[in-house]
Structure formats: structure tokens, C-alpha cells
Design a protein around this ligand. Structure first.
Ligand code: SF4
Length: 517
């Protein structure tokens, strides 16, 4: 699912304070320890890929550096789902080319979604690029960097029948058929070329997220036919990680001090369908929530018609499952949703929201929309605006439609002029700003649990944190301007706080007491 991220925060980030976690058996060839600089662009799923590639390099003996000037090898893990993301990826690559031309860097590797789309063009048009690594080839980063993988010690997991890939593909095809799920085969017959890699609990990772928080990718790829989206071509068919592997990774992360886990995938609510699990995500949440030491468990990227009663029940049942639901709806006008190949409409969505809020009254709702989809009329846009006024989301992201080659919408008539797309984007965000200002004002006086993340980039007098109603990096911030009984706060720790002030998206709080988790 596509998502509005604070591009600067997440994208152009030269990963530095990455921590080595999980099974990292360092390579013996300590003589050859190249310094590697990593740029990670795009969404949290791509960030996990960067962490996996850094983990593999770290285990093979490389040394990570946050200074591109001193890096011998530079890696840019790219994003390319819409124009703006493509442009940012190309800019980052060209910036690293400068380092290669001037600095010590002797090798430049490009990885990620841009490679899946423009593998040959990158090599032809940017000769300074020495190697490319696709989203399905993360383990090839070692060969690309000229490093070998050490012999890993793989801990045993409960025995499973190992299917050959052909048997797996056939069984999967039958299962897909029997569940009436969309299959790429019918689309472009390019199935064999689709990425298939998916890391597991034995894969080393260097975490790049803030202290105490980590993402876990529980599935990769997507089978939905959304006509504006090319992600399935970049990430392949939907495939879940094995249940026990996600449990093992979560236990390992928590054992190493992680307190907040965010489960991600293109569509997390599809989890386990290819493993014959019924309500797979609810089952997984139920199992993970009982892991001692896990304070907050959250998932992102739910698909609208997959929010089952069982899932809501499970969220309500466990205190440590965040009362937070992220469900990108993309639009609210029936005709537009039909043309997007997503179905439903505003009335259906309002009923779903009512069901969610009656099951979990305090839940925070996040969504995202695309405006300017081909054929979108002023009336369609008004339907969307009315829907947003009525639904009152806590967090909302808006994208302007991006005409992506390879998507089905690319061939549609009725393209909306760029100026009108921008105008509709601004108007919809204005409506949300008024709603957010009003709902945040109602938070004043509330006591909430806050995960403190550190000093604010704006001023050391302010610290920043999040509550369970804030996902990492994409929602507002809880600013702390009063440390209460403490001289200083500890990043990565939880504090009970009182909200004292509210703004359009962010709130200000004072500390009452530290929570001993
Ligand atoms: S095809 Fe649809 S559900 Fe899948 S990643 Fe794209 S937008 Fe999300």
C-alpha cells in the first residue's frame, strides 16, 4: 500500500547509529573490512530491506559509516512508486556519484525499487554505478560489494515439509485459485521475473530505527489489482513469512531491548492466506502480544474489506496492542474506486469505521487518499471531501495521482491537469487540518503513556515522543517541555504524561512519572 511519509525524515538518511541485532556471526576475514555508507529511501518496507542488506554486510565483516566522504562503498536503496520518489532516488544516486568522483568511494551500488523498474537504464545512463541489486536479490549485496557470506549457524525451527519451488508454486496457484485471489499470471505473464526473496529470523539485520522501536516485515508482495499501483511488479506476488519465524524474530528483538514492534507488509491483513491460516493476522497478533517485555505492538497497511471482527476483538483483548488502525482507502467515490479496481464506497467505509469505533472507542484511525485519478470529476472530489468531514480521521495523508507506466491506469482517458490535482490536494488537507486541530484540542488534560524518543531537532529544550496513537515517522509528535520530577529523560523509555497544549497535528505534554515496564 502506498503511504505518505515525511519524505525528508525517512528518505535521505545516511544510516549511522545502526545497531547489530539477531544472529550476526562476523566473518573471519577481518582483514578486509570495507567502510560502507548506506542511503535508504522510501517506505518502512524498504528500510527493513536496507537493514537486512546492512546486516549481511556487517556479518561479512564490513564496517558501516555515516560519512559518505570516508566510505569506500556507497549503497543507495531506492524507491520508485511515484514520480517524486523516482526523482529523489536519481538525485541521491547522482549525489553519491559525486562522492565517487571526488572521494574515497571506489564502488557505487544501487538497490531497491528503481532497479526493478529501470535496471538496464540505470546501468546504461549512469555508468558510475558498479552494481545493481533488485528487491528480490537482497542477499546479492555481498557479491555486489565483493564480500563473501560466512557460514551461518542456523538455529533449528520446528520441522516443516520443505516443498520444492515448483511444488510450492503449483500448491500456491491452486490455493490462490481456491480462494479466488487475484493472480498476476493473468496480467502480464512475467511471473518468473517477479521478486521472490523474503528474509527470515535467521537473516542478520542492523536496525536503523529509533531506540526501542523496530519494524518487522511479515509478508512481501501484493496480489491486489489496484489500477494506479505498480508495487506488485516491483515486489512480486503476495507471500507471508512463516508464523514461527516472525515469533522468533520478535522474541529476539525484545530480548535485545526493543519495546515497540510495528508489523508491516504491502497488505498485513492478508497475512497467512497463503499459509492456509484463517484470520492469520489476528492469530499472529494474539501470539506476539504475550511475549514478555513487548510494550507496544502495532500493524500498518490494513486492507479495507479485510478488517474482521476477529481482528478487532484481538486488538481490544490485549493492552499492549496499540489502539491504532492504518487503513489506506485511496478514495470514497464509488465510480472512482471502481476504476481504481478497489470497490466499495463512502457509505460502506463509514459503516466499517462505525464498526471499528464501536469495538474500540479510543482507537486512532489513519488513512490515505489519492486525488486526481483519471476521470475524477468535481462531484467525485466533493464526495471525498464530505466523507473526510464525516469520518474525522486522526491522521490522513493525501497523494496527487502519479501516472505510472506499467500501471493499468496509465492507459486510462480523462487525465486530470496537474494544477487541478494540486488544488484538490491542498483543499483536502485543509479540511483535515481543521478536523485535526479540533480533535487534538480535545486531548488537552488527558494522561497518556509516551515513548520518549529523544531531544527535538528544533531545540534541546524540547524532547519528542509518541503515544500508542502515533505510528513512527508518519503521524504528529508529542513534544515534552516539562520533565516533571526528573532532571533529564531517557530515550527509549516510557513516561506517563499529561497533555497541556494542542496544535494542528502535534501536542505538548508534561511528564508525571516514569513507567517501569
Ligand atoms: S496493489 Fe493496491 S494493495 Fe497492493 S501495494 Fe498497490 S495499492 Fe497497495
Amino acid at each position: 500500500m502506498t503511504r505518505s511519509v515525511k519524505i525528508r525524515d525517512v528518505t535521505h538518511l545516511l544510516l549511522d547509529e545502526a545497531e547489530s541485532l539477531i544472529t550476526s556471526t562476523k566473518s573471519a576475514n577481518s582483514g578486509n573490512r570495507p567502510r560502507i555508507g548506506f542511503v535508504s529511501l522510501g517506505c518502512p518496507k524498504n528500510l527493513v530491506d536496507s537493514e537486512v542488506m546492512m546486516g549481511l554486510l556487517d556479518r561479512a565483516g564490513a564496517e558501516m559509516t555515516s560519512n559518505p566522504e570516508t566510505a569506500e562503498i556507497l549503497v543507495v536503496n531506492t524507491c520508485s512508486f511515484i514520480d517524486a520518489a523516482k526523482q529523489e532516488s536519481v538525485d541521491a544516486i547522482l549525489e553519491m556519484v559525486q562522492h565517487k568522483a571526488k572521494g574515497t568511494a571506489r564502488k557505487l551500488i544501487v538497490a531497491g525499487c528503481l532497479v526493478e523498474r529501470y535496471r538496464d537504464e540505470i546501468r546504461k545512463n549512469i555508468p558510475e554505478v558498479d552494481a545493481v541489486v533488485g528487491t528480490g536479490e537482497l542477499d546479492q549485496i555481498l557479491a555486489a560489494a565483493g564480500l563473501e557470506a560466512p557460514i551461518p549457524q542456523i538455529p533449528e525451527l520446528s520441522p516443516f515439509t520443505i516443498l520444492t519451488s515448483a511444488q510450492a508454486a503449483r500448491a500456491e496457484g491452486d490455493l490462490r485459485e481456491s480462494q479466488g485471489r487475484f493472480s498476476r499470471n493473468g496480467w502480464d505473464g512475467a511471473e518468473a521475473h517477479l521478486p521472490q526473496y523474503l528474509y527470515d529470523h535467521t537473516t542478520p539485520r542492523l536496525l536503523a530505527t529509533k531506540k526501542a522501536s523496530a519494524y518487522i516485515k511479515i509478508a512481501e508482495g501484493c496480489d491486489h489489482p489496484c489500477s494506479f499501483c505498480i508495487i506488485p511488479n516491483l515486489r512480486g506476488k503476495f507471500r507471508s513469512r512463516r508464523f514461527e519465524s516472525v515469533v522468533a524474530e520478535t522474541e529476539s528483538l525484545v530480548a535485545q531491548g526493543v519495546r515497540e514492534i510495528t508489523l508491516i507488509g504491502q497488505d498485513t491483513t492478508c497475512y497467512g492466506e497463503d499459509l492456509r491460516l484463517k484470520d492469520g493476522l489476528a492469530q499472529l497478533l494474539d501470539r506476539l502480544a504475550v511475549i514478555p517485555g513487548l510494550v507496544w505492538l502495532r500493524f500498518l497497511y490494513a486492507y479495507p474489506n479485510k478488517i474482521s471482527g476477529k481482528l478487532l476483538e484481538t486488538i481490544a483483548k490485549h493492552d499492549n496492542i496499540c489502539k491504532y488502525l492504518d487503513v489506506p482507502l485511496q478514495h470514497a467515490s464509488g465510480p472512482v474506486l471502481k476504476s481504481m479496481k478497489r470497490g466499495a464506497n463512502a457509505d460502506i467505509f463509514l459503516k466499517t469505521i462505525e464498526k471499528v469505533r464501536s469495538a474500540i472507542p479510543e482507537i486512532a484511525l489513519r488513512t490515505s487518499f489519492i486525488v486526481g485519478f483519471p476521470g475524477e470529476t468535481e462531484a467525485d472530489f466533493e464526495t471525498l471531501c464530505d466523507f473526510v468531514r464525516e469520518a474525522k480521521f486522526d491522521w490522513l495523508g493525501v497523494f496527487g495521482y502519479s501516472d505510472e507506466e506499467g500501471s493499468r491506469a496509465f492507459g486510462l482517458e480523462g487525465k486530470v491537469p496537474a494544477r487541478m490535482i494540486e488544488r484538490r490536494k491542498r483543499e483536502l488537507m485543509k479540511i483535515q487540518q481543521r478536523i485535526s486541530k479540533k480533535t487534538k484540542a480535545e486531548w488537552v488534560g488527558r494522561e497518556i503513556e509516551v515513548l520518549v524518543e529523544g531531544e527535538s531537532e528544533e531545540t534541546p529544550l524540547l524532547w519528542e515522543g509518541r503515544s500508542q496513537y502515533h505510528a513512527p515517522e508518519i503521524d504528529g509528535i508529542v513534544y515534552i517541555n516539562d520533565f516533571g520530577p526528573y532532571e533529564e529523560l531517557i530515550a527509549g523509555e516510557f513516561y506517563r504524561c499529561e497533555i497541556t497544549e494542542a496544535h494542528d497535528y502535534d501536542v505538548v505534554a508534561r511528564v508525571l512519572a516514569r513507567i517501569q515496564e
